[in-house]
Structures are given as C-alpha cells and as structure tokens.
Write a protein that binds this ligand. Structure first.
Ligand SMILES: [Zn+2]
Ligand SMILES: [Zn+2]
Length: 319
C-alpha cells in the first residue's frame, strides 16, 4: 500500500513532546555552507576524474578504449549529482537573497545544463502542484521501467522524444521561453569551448567521453531517479498517464553513501520535500527524525522507506 504525507496539515502533526510541526519548521533555516560544500564536492570530483582520464590517456595511449565507457558513466553520475542543486536553487535555498540565489545558480549550476533558472522554477512548481495528474510537467514516471525504456534512455531516443514534446514550454511566459533559448545557447557555447580545448590539446578521447557523459548518462541517471521517486509499482506498463491520472506516489529512500549521492540535495527524502517544499534539503534529516516521533505520521514514514535497488526490482516486475 502507498502512503502519502500530502493532505496532512502541518498543525495536525505534533510530536511526543507536544511540539507542533508548524512551530518546529520555523527554526529550519537552510545551512548555506553545507549547500556550497556539497556543490564544491560535485565539481571537485568532476575535475578529479577528468584529470585522471587525461593522465591515463597520455601515459598509456591504448588505454583510452577501455576508459571511455566507465568514465562517461562517472561523468553522467557526477553531473546528475550537480544538477540536483538546480532544484535547491529553484526553491531559493542556495542564498538568502533571491536575486543572488538566481545569479549564483545561473553561473554555477544552470549554465552547463543549458537551463534558465526562472523557467526551471516555473516548470518544477507545476510538478509540485500537479503531481500524479496528466498536467504534471516532470513526468519520467509516466514511463514504465522496462528493458526497452532503459535502452531508449541510453540511446537518446527518450531524450529526443522528451525535447520534441511541447508540454513544458506551454506553461512558460514568452519572456521565460526567450530566457530558455538564451541559456540553451549559453550551454552549447560552454560545452563547445570545452570540446575545442580538449581537441586542440589532443585529448579527443576525453572529448568523446565528455559528450557521452553529459549527453547520454546524465539524462539516463536523472530520468531513472525521477521514475524511482514517483512511479507506482502497481501502474500498468501500457497505461497512458497523459490521459488518466497516475496518482500521487512519492518514496523515501534509505540514506547510505551511494544513495545519498544518487539522490543528493535531499532527493532521498523526496516524500518530505513534496509535503513541505520550501524547506532546505539540509534540514530534511531533522524533519524525518521529528516525524518519526509523531504518532500520526510515523507509520507513513516507516512504510514509505525503501531503497533504490528494491524499487528498481519492484518496478521491473510491475504489470
Ligand atoms: Zn517530485
Ligand atoms: Zn521541489
């Protein structure tokens, strides 16, 4: 059975010491230094694996052919990690000033992904408003986790299909569409400069790895992660959730070293985020602890908790 916190009001939730969630949440300010430390870690590992590839490629010339695939997967994994902080900026939680929040996000987070902060925020907010309905705007979970779908995400077919659909841009204003185009151009320019530099310095093997990492494995990880957060294991593979509601399903994932990087920036606690979207991911752990001490919602937390692997297995076995 699936549970959901949405629909339960903050006032209804009181812990065993008599503190209401409404009072508790007012103390939960974002830990900005943790946010930036986490973003730094993402870029540090991206640079580190780039340096390792280039070193190995220059030292052992024939090694490049066995390095390309694993390093492309690593680039995809790390960039998917970095991209999750765009979501945090979307909720104005990377800097106390909203204006500076968006400037920092544009420069350090959105540019490599060709995303406009304001457009992303608008699209993402529709996801919060319309989760589980045909009007949702972040809909990887409309797809069943089948071997064919995994193949489609790994070959770019799913990405092309997603880009060619216009539902997302329909919710944007003219100005937001214009900003999206500018940022897409900015992103392409950013990657072109990197690729030109790599090819110019005779690191063409790493240029290929970079393209595969950003172009194939990043969308793969981002798509599968969203699907695992929201796909109902009882949903039929042939159902069309553009026409009929999928229903609200959000999971809570066990926090381990690997899961906390795959579901970074609070995505392991996505269930809590959908209940109270304004709170910084840096405080979601404390909320989870608080909720476990509330008779009313502790069973929801306990029954929603799973692992990414268990969810993959359940969804692969779905009808
Ligand atoms: Zn969500
Ligand atoms: Zn959100």
């Amino acid at each position: 059975m699936q549970y959901n916190l949405e629909g339960i009001s903050f006032d209804e939730v009181v812990n065993n010491k008599g503190i209401s969630y409404t009072a508790f949440r007012s103390r939960l300010q974002p830990a900005y230094s943790k946010v930036w430390w986490d973003i730094f870690k993402g870029y540090f590992f991206l640079l580190l694996i780039s340096a390792i590839f280039i070193y190995l490629d220059n030292r052992y010339h024939s090694a490049k052919w066995i390095l390309i695939l694993p390093f492309a997967i690593l680039i995809g994994y790390i960039t998917a990690f970095i991209a999750l902080f765009i979501h945090e900026a979307g909720h104005f939680n990377i800097h106390p000033s909203k204006k500076i929040n968006d400037t920092l996000a544009t420069l350090f987070l959105c540019l490599p992904f060709g995303l406009s902060m304001k457009s992303y925020r608008k699209i993402h907010w529709q996801h919060h408003l319309y989760l589980g309905t045909p009007q949702d705007t972040e809909v990887s979970y409309f797809n069943a986790l089948t071997k064919l779908f995994i193949l489609e995400t790994l070959t770019g077919i799913h990405l092309i299909r997603t880009i060619s659909k216009k539902e997302k841009s329909e919710v944007l204003t003219k100005d937001q569409v214009r900003q999206s185009r500018i940022m897409l151009f900015g992103g392409l320019l950013f990657h072109s400069i990197i690729l030109i530099l790599l090819i110019y310095t005779n690191n063409w093997a790493y240029a290929i790895t970079w393209v595969l990492g950003f172009g194939v494995f990043f969308p793969f990880f981002a798509t599968i992660r969203q699907l695992l957060e929201h796909r109902d294991e009882l949903a039929h593979h042939a159902s069309n959730f553009r026409a009929q509601p999928h229903g609200k399903v959000t999971r809570l994932f066990v926090h381990t070293l690997l899961s906390s990087s795959f579901g970074a920036a609070g995505f392991t606690r996505h269930l809590i985020h959908h209940w109270d979207p304004q709170i910084s991911y840096t405080r979601l752990g404390e909320i989870e602890e608080f909720l476990l001490n509330c008779e009313r919602v502790a069973p929801v937390i306990l029954s929603s908790k799973t692992t990414y692997l268990k969810t993959v297995k359940k969804l692969l076995a779905a009808p």
